[in-house]
Write a new protein. Structure first.
Length: 139
């Protein structure tokens, strides 16, 4: 084999297969596939999209409930509503509070899942290893 300045020819090397500069031991029922950096980035987005979409959905629900809650609180004459015994504004206020609290809690859960998936999972470890490979290939 040549020195570090000389390219190596692809082909079998001592029972292993060489692809560019990688040595891969053959495994049964497995095959290697070249992966471009752009394709890798697409794969990276796939795992976190579900957690991010859930978080954003619940954040949207909580934000909508917040807008409704503020609108209701600003437009109702609470003094007149309470003195006349109207229960409608209070019932709508309670419903909006629940619609704010439940999706808010769900958004927190989905955000924690998103962070865990992105930072501490088999997916994140593989992504880090492949990212390091691509960053080491830049001249």
């Amino acid at each position: 084999m040549g020195g570090p300045d000389q390219p190596t020819a692809p082909g079998p090397v001592h029972g292993k297969f060489q692809a560019a500069s990688l040595l891969i031991s053959p495994r049964p029922n497995e095959f290697g596939c070249p992966l471009r950096e752009g394709e890798f980035q697409i794969l990276c987005e796939g795992e976190v999209n579900e957690a991010r979409a859930g978080r954003n959905f619940f954040l949207g629900l909580a934000l909508s409930a917040t807008v409704g809650l503020v609108s209701l609180a600003a437009t109702v004459d609470w003094d007149a509503a309470l003195h006349q015994g109207r229960k409608g504004p209070l019932a709508w206020m309670a419903i909006l509070i629940v619609l704010l609290a439940a999706p808010g809690a769900a958004a927190i859960v989905h955000h924690k899942r998103y962070i865990r998936t992105r930072n501490d999972s088999a997916y994140s470890r593989l992504r880090k290893r492949i990212s390091e490979f691509f960053s080491s290939q830049v001249p």
